[in-house]
Design a protein around this ligand. Structure first.
Ligand SMILES: *Cc1c(COP(=O)(O)O)cnc(C)c1O
Length: 468
C-alpha cells in the first residue's frame, strides 16, 4: 500500500463536519503539497477545470493485479476497459504495459490501434455493435464478444456475404442468473441454440470462450456466475468447441479513502451535513473493504466448480482468465483542479464556492450521489489571510443551472477559501472527470494534460475529435 493520507481522519471541530482525506499516489501528493506553484502555473496556462492525467499509475495498478495472478499461477489476459476515461495517454500506457484493450466503439478501437495495440489484443464488448464496427474488428482480427443471438446472426450474415472466406474470433457473452433483469448478454434460455449455431459454423467463427460482466463490486457473484458457466463449458465441449478463455469483465473495486474513516463517516453523517438536507441513497463504495488485488485474490481462492478453488479449476481446464478492468487500472491516474471564481456567504454563515467549471467535470451529483472525498485546498500564493476561523462550504459550478453543484456535502475548510484558490479533486480518472463534460454556456471543453512521474513534463492529451 503506497498511497498516503495527508492527515489523520477526524473532524474540523468548529464546523462539526467529518474530514474525508483522499488517498494519494506519492507523486500526486508531492505535487499537491510541495509543488503547489506548478498547479497554479498549469491552471494558469490551460484553464480551469484542468484534468491532469498521470500515466505512471497504470503500471502500478497493473503490477498489483499481476502479482495476484502470478501467485495463483493462472494463465491470464488483461484488457484495459478504455471507456473509463477518454485520455489517449492512459490507453497508450496500458498498451506499453503489455495490456490488451477492451473497446466498445469504433472510436475506442481506433484509439487503441493508434496507441500501438495489436488488433489481436483487442476485445470488443457492447450490446449494439453494427456491421461497420464488426467490419473493422474483423479486419484487425480482434476478439468480438457476442451479446445476443441477433448479433450472432448478423455477424454470420456478414461473414457469408461481404467477408466470405474470413473468420471472426468470438466469445459468447453470458447473462448470469444474478443479472437476469439485465439487457446485456445471452440468457440461459438462448445459450444452447447459440452454441449450436457456433458449432455449425466453425468455418466462419473461431470460438474462444465465454464472457460476462456484472454490475456491482462483489467477488462472490462472479464466482457464482463462473459456477453456472462451468455447465455451459461442458455443453460447448459436447459440441466439439474448445473453451480457451473465460472473461469475467471488470468491476474490480478501488479505494478512495481509508476504509475506517469511510465506515465512521457513513455511521455519523446526517442530513445536516448536506446543504440540501438530503443524505444520498447510495454511493460507490469509496472506502470499501477490498481493493482490486484483494478482490482478485478472493475470486481465485474461492470455491468454484467441482469444489475446487477457482484458480485450480481454471488450471485443470486449461482456461485463460481474462479481465477487463476499467476503474481499477486508473486508480489514482488523474486529478481535476478547479479554480475558485467567487465565494458567497449564505445566511447561515456557510459559503458557496463557485468554481470555473461545472459539475459535468465531477459528476456524481448528476447520479443523485456524492463524490465522498474532500478536495484539497491550494491557496493562491499571493493572497494573505487569517489562518483561524474554519468555515463550512459547498461547491457549485459556474453555470445557471440550480442543479450544477459539485458537492452538496458541506465541506470543512480550516480557513475561508478565496477566489483564485484551487480545489484539487484526487482520483477522478474513473468515470468522474470526463463522462458528462460538454460545452454548456459555450465554454470550451476542459483541457486534459498528461504529466510525467517526475513532474517535469506536461503534454496536451486532449481528445482529437473523431471523424466518422
Ligand atoms: C464498463 C465495462 C467494464 C469496466 O468496468 P469497471 O467497473 O470500470 O472495471 C468491463 N467490461 C465491460 C463489458 C464493461 O461494460
Amino acid at each position: 500500500m503506497n498511497h498516503q493520507s495527508l492527515h489523520k481522519p477526524g473532524f474540523v471541530q468548529e464546523t462539526g463536519l467529518p474530514i474525508l482525506e483522499p488517498l494519494l499516489d506519492p507523486v500526486i501528493r508531492t505535487l499537491a503539497t510541495e509543488q503547489q506553484s506548478k498547479l497554479h502555473d498549469w491552471v494558469g496556462s490551460y484553464g480551469s477545470p484542468l484534468n491532469m492525467v498521470f500515466p505512471h499509475t497504470i503500471g502500478i495498478n497493473h503490477a498489483r493485479l499481476a502479482g495476484v495472478l502470478d501467485a495463483h499461477a493462472v494463465k491470464s489476459k488483461i484488457f484495459y476497459a478504455a471507456k473509463v476515461n477518454k485520455s489517449h495517454s492512459l490507453v497508450a500506457e496500458a498498451v506499453q504495459c503489455g495490456l490488451g484493450v477492451d473497446v466498445s466503439s469504433r472510436f475506442e478501437l481506433r484509439d487503441a490501434l493508434d496507441a500501438g495495440c495489436a488488433g489481436g489484443d483487442i476485445c470488443a464488448s457492447g450490446p449494439a455493435k453494427g456491421d461497420t464496427f464488426h467490419h473493422e474488428l474483423i479486419a484487425v482480427n480482434a476478439l468480438i464478444s457476442i451479446d445476443s443471438a441477433e448479433e450472432l446472426e448478423d455477424l454470420l450474415a456478414l461473414l457469408t456475404d461481404e467477408l466470405s472466406g474470413t473468420k471472426a474470433r468470438i466469445l459468447l457473452r453470458f447473462r448470469p442468473a444474478s443479472n437476469k433483469h439485465s439487457r446485456f448478454g445471452i440468457p440461459h434460455e438462448q445459450l444452447h441454440a447459440c452454441l449450436q449455431v457456433v458449432a455449425q459454423n466453425t468455418d466462419r467463427l473461431a470460438f474462444e470462450g465465454f464472457h460476462f460482466h456484472l454490475g456491482g463490486y462483489r467477488a462472490d457473484n462472479r464466482v457464482e456466475a463462473l459456477i453456472e458457466l462451468s455447465d455451459w463449458i461442458m455443453v460447448a465441449r459436447e459440441y466439439g468447441l474448445r473453451v480457451e478463455m473465460l472473461d469475467i469483465g471488470g468491476g474490480l473495486p478501488i479505494r478512495y479513502l481509508d476504509a475506517g474513516t469511510y465506515a465512521d463517516f457513513i455511521d455519523v453523517q446526517t442530513s445536516s451535513h448536506y446543504r440540501n438536507g438530503k443524505v444520498p441513497g447510495s454511493y460507490y463504495p469509496y472506502g470499501g473493504p477490498n481493493e482490486a488485488d484483494d478482490w482478485l485474490d478472493q475470486f481465485l481462492s474461492a470455491t468454484g466448480p467441482s469444489s475446487k478453488s477457482v484458480a485450480q479449476y481454471l488450471k485443470d481446464e486449461g482456461i485463460t482468465l481474462a479481465l477487463e478492468p476499467g476503474r481499477s487500472l486508473v486508480d489514482q491516474s488523474a486529478i481535476t483542479v478547479f479554480r475558485i471564481a467567487r465565494t458567497k456567504r449564505q445566511p447561515d454563515g456557510s459559503f458557496v464556492l463557485f468554481v470555473e467549471g461545472s459539475s459535468f467535470s465531477a459528476c456524481e451529483t448528476w447520479f443523485a450521489s456524492e463524490f465522498l472525498i474532500d478536495p484539497i485546498l491550494v491557496p493562491a500564493a499571493s493572497s494573505t489571510r487569517e489562518q483561524d476561523g474554519s468555515v463550512r462550504a459547498y461547491i457549485a459550478g459556474h453555470s445557471c443551472l440550480e442543479e450544477d453543484v459539485i458537492t452538496n456535502r458541506l465541506l470543512p475548510f480550516p480557513f475561508q477559501p478565496l477566489a483564485g484558490d484551487l480545489l484539487v479533486y484526487a482520483n477522478t480518472a474513473g468515470y468522474q472527470m470526463d463522462l458528462l463534460e460538454n460545452e454548456f454556456h459555450r465554454v470550451p471543453m476542459p483541457r486534459r494534460v498528461s504529466i510525467s512521474a517526475d513532474l517535469a513534463t506536461v503534454q496536451p492529451d486532449d481528445h482529437k475529435g473523431a471523424s466518422r
